[in-house]
Design a protein around this ligand. Sequence first.
Ligand code: AGP
Length: 364
Amino acid sequence: ESYDMGGHDTYMHKEISEQADAVDRVLRGRIDDRFSTVHLGGLNLDAREARGVRRIKILGCGTSYHAGQIGAQLIEELARIPADAEPASEFRYRNPVVDPDTLYVAVSQSGETYDVLAAVQELKRKGARVLGVVNVVGSAIAREADGGTYVHAGPEVCVVSTKCFTNTVVAFALLALHLGRIRDLSVADGKRIIDGLRRLPEQISEILAGEDEIKRLAAEYADAKSMMFIGRVRGYPVAREASLKLKEVSYIHAEAYPASELKHGPLALIEPAMPTVAIVPDDELLEKNRAAMEEIKARSGRILAVAHQVQEKADHTIVVPKNENELDPILMGIPLQLFAYHTALAMGRDIDKPRNLAKSVTVE
Ligand code: AGP
């Protein structure tokens, strides 16, 4: 990919549109069908060391932090290693306990974000092993880490990250599968995940082909002063990232909450002027998510659902193709990138360079 716009009006639109190819690239040459696993050459972590990992702590900022949250869930689900993600900026200021059996993973598109780099340097000073999940080859974080994997999203110019988010989550799925197959993930489950990963590029193209309908929906909700984004477990980081995307590019205020937390406070905000975007995967929490939508409808809230089937409780549904439960979050965020883009376009925003933001925050 070059830096030219390739016929698109903005880099954001170009980068959203490139995602099927970008995902194909992060998968290429890494799948090993013989052992139902993947090879990640740069990890510098042999099987014995991987088996010794007791915890994984993922550090990143903004969109990369959200990708890390999905990554932590994938690692827990596929590799059964306790994992969580934390903003690097917070981690490095709270004098964290650095545990020798914890593997630290720094996530960054640019590889230059100061808060992430400083966290990596502090961890290394304390003797921790740090991997990088980074897009820009040869960047400071990639150089500082003990090993890692590149996410191969290609150059991302728009300040607002889209294709790199998706590729980073896929890279985490590869890492989780790799660790899982060294530990207790069966051959059959390894194959199931590989088959799911291989379906992603085509399913992404299917989602992107629905752009006209998403544009129409964006026009319908563009009058909102504020929007609520909800999801549960796998859907929650998707909701957080979609809410950040909308805020960054359209300047519409947005809140993201676990759907389960609505009744503990944010339900007070629900009224017709505060629409909700609900992430509703067809998984073990489907009925719980439907119940949350019912609560919102009972308060006259408008609902736009992103789901695998039309949701009766919602006013509108964007239907996305179903993959394996663990991989569904990769696809469910993509229509909401287009939703944020078309909302911002309708509002005449400076899409590639939103006010007050920089592509890479290299200062504290
Ligand atoms: C992305 O939409 C944002 N501009 C921002 O949150 C970004 O993800 C964050 O600053 C981290 O950047 P990095 O991935 O380059 O480290």
